[in-house]
Design a binder for this molecule. Structure first.
Ligand code: ZN
Length: 239
């Protein structure tokens, strides 16, 4: 069977996989403009998107979508032999932080397949080789998992305590970022007031047509309304 009988383009598939709306929500606020006079579009970062859940029927579950994003972050390269390691896309250099590349070739037996730092570049790069065989890595990971399992079996309550500590630290970080987001939303609310009076003045002075004024005023008002309810929601969570 031909590989791509429906002629799907790679970009179209990426777009489908990354589209959060298939989880049944609506995503707003992906971009903004410099000002009402300068229409240059500025893409916002994904953390600043406004996601409204359950606005339409979901095609895939939220958890499946999140898992897809996680897998796409750790893309796995195919080796020339088509062989892959269990750890493909998940191993990083401890010295320089680059990915380690999995090396498998026809001349290498399974137990000779190895990893090396992607910044090594056969000695011409910025890092040393950091050579480790795949079977050795597998043995190290197996040992670490069995040690952890032993620890959980023997010190169950201590393990639960450590996990709750970790979760506590995560929730402190979440709170911190929510606080920062709320502050910047408040700032934007007050900026919108100023922008509003500016377009009002421009309209009175004849610099801005009525039609344009009313479109922009509606946009500012809608954004401000959305931000006010976002701030209210966040403040309820933060109390
Ligand atoms: Zn390195």
């Amino acid at each position: 069977m031909p590989v791509n009988i429906y002629h799907w383009r790679e970009n179209s598939i990426v777009h489908i996989l990354e589209n959060r709306q298939y989880t049944g929500g609506t995503v707003n606020g992906k971009s903004t403009t410099v000002s009402y006079k300068v229409h240059k579009k500025i893409e916002k970062s994904q953390e600043d998107y406004q996601v409204i859940p359950n606005t339409q029927e979901a095609i895939i579950s939220e958890n499946t979508w999140l898992r897809v994003q996680e897998l796409r972050k750790n893309k796995r390269r195919n080796t020339a032999t088509g062989r892959r390691s269990l750890f493909s896309g998940l191993v990083y250099c401890a010295d320089c932080g680059s990915k380690l590349h999995f090396c498998a070739s026809k001349s290498l037996k399974k137990n000779q397949e190895f990893w090396r730092c992607s910044s090594y570049k056969d000695g011409r790069g910025t890092c040393t080789i950091h050579f480790i065989r795949d079977v050795v890595l597998e043995a190290i990971v197996k040992e670490a998992i069995s040690e952890l399992a032993d620890f959980v079996r023997c010190y169950n309550s201590a393990f639960l305590y450590l996990i709750s500590e970790k979760k506590g630290a995560e929730s402190v970080n979440r709170e911190k970022s929510l606080r920062a987001k709320t502050e910047s939303a408040k700032q934007r609310i007050s900026d919108l007031d100023k922008l509003f009076s500016r377009i009002y003045e421009d309209n009175i002075l004849g610099k801005l047509s009525d039609e344009r004024y009313s479109r922009m005023a509606n946009e500012y008002e809608a954004e401000q309304k959305r931000l006010i309810s976002e701030v209210e929601e966040n403040e309820k969570t933060l109390i």
